[in-house]
Ligand binder design. Structure first.
Ligand code: ZN
Length: 367
């Protein structure tokens, strides 16, 4: 296995300090072993798909039983064709545990004893928890303005917090400086993180007894779910396991929607959009996604579409979900308005089966 630059195609050996190309672009994993979709139903975690993961056999895995989350109708009486994937039921309360489990397994096997990361949200908690599990020292960089509530879970796992004065950019610069000498376990940059997220595609296919839904709806900021689904379904298509792919439907907050803008205008590339205001969907405010080109590929691959939501739509989505016994954080609730818009636009039709991914627990968003 090697890394390849998405842009200039330079090849690199896999090493703990390498997280981007020298040209500044993101890397993807080039695998030399054939994909195998043989899975072991006796394993109650995403590691049932171990043969499809880039982890050599015999490696000690770092796991908390992440994945294998329920797929249920949102409202079986009203609309049995709209299913929700309760991925907020992963061990730290978000789907990011899928990426963290595979990434920390890889890093531990590579002899890494210390990592840095820069997220005060779900990714920071997931990297901190799986680092603790792996016995790896973890330092999380956050803006000084981050609320105590968000930092509490991360510090509970024993991660060291570095609070950086100034805005988000100052934090990014600080972590990139640290990453010159310490492994950067970045949920946005590190190719092994996406490898864990792709298991969502396998699970959904299995839960639908080998079929795929017509659509999958997910919140999109930097796009890790969107890209994980793209990767997973691409591998299933290449292996001949499935013969069609779901349309990947992304939802962004209106206050920060660079991907939606490119999609709406039919532009081939994504340009930076400065966030225009605060939004409840704080987990998905990426002004320029790092893997922008791959997101455009994924839209094309799946005949995808994008929509935007306002805060009112998010609150209404949270109410709709809670009325069905589902308590998620605001960022997750964007999928409800997204579903309605795609249906109104005729993208989702009457008998189509759609799966919405619910990403983070509501218990995390309290003050
Ligand atoms: Zn490059």
């Amino acid at each position: 296995m090697q890394y390849q630059c998405n842009k200039c195609k330079t090849i690199y050996n896999i090493s703990p300090l390498r997280y981007q190309c020298d040209c500044g672009s993101p890397l993807t994993l080039q695998k030399n072993t054939a994909f195998s979709y043989e899975w072991d139903p006796s394993i109650a975690s995403l590691w049932r798909y171990r043969q499809a993961l880039p982890i050599p056999s015999g490696t000690d895995i770092v796991t908390l039983g992440e994945g294998v989350t329920p797929l249920v109708p949102l409202d079986s009486t009203d609309n049995p064709n709209h299913l929700v994937k309760l991925d907020y039921l992963c061990p730290t309360g978000s789907y990011k545990d899928r990426g963290a489990s595979v990434l920390l397994t890889h890093l531990k096997a590579s002899g890494v004893d210390s990592v840095v990361e820069d997220s005060s949200g779900n990714a920071g908690a997931a990297i901190a928890a799986f680092s603790a599990r792996a016995g790896i020292h973890c330092t999380i960089y956050c803006p000084e303005s981050t609320s105590q509530a968000k930092l509490r879970q991360i510090s509970a796992y024993g991660a060291e917090l570095k609070l950086v004065p100034g805005n988000r950019t100052a934090t990014t610069e600080a972590v990139q400086h640290a990453a010159e000498n310490t492994c950067y376990a970045s949920h946005n940059w590190h190719p092994f993180f996406l490898e864990g997220i792709k298991t969502l595609a396998f699970e959904i296919t299995d839960q639908l007894h080998g079929d795929v839904p017509d659509h999958i709806i997910c919140p999109v900021g930097f796009g890790s779910i969107y890209l994980g689904l793209y990767l997973g379904f691409s591998e299933l298509i290449d292996a001949g396991t499935i013969d069609r792919v779901p349309r990947l439907l992304g939802v962004q907050p209106a206050a920060c929607c660079p991907i939606y803008n490119a999609f709406r205008d039919g532009r081939p590339s994504i340009t930076r959009m400065l966030q225009t205001s605060q939004t409840l969907a704080e987990g998905i405010t990426a002004e320029l996604p790092i893997r922008a080109e791959m997101i455009m590929e994924a839209i094309q691959f799946s005949n995808g579409a994008f929509a935007t939501v306002a805060d009112d739509d998010i609150i209404s989505g949270m109410r709709t979900l809670a009325a069905q016994g589902i308590y998620v954080e605001p960022t997750s609730a964007v999928v409800i308005s997204g579903y309605e818009q795609f249906r109104d636009q005729g993208i989702i039709q009457e008998d189509d089966v759609a799966v919405s991914i619910l990403t983070g627990s509501g218990l995390k968003s309290g003050g």
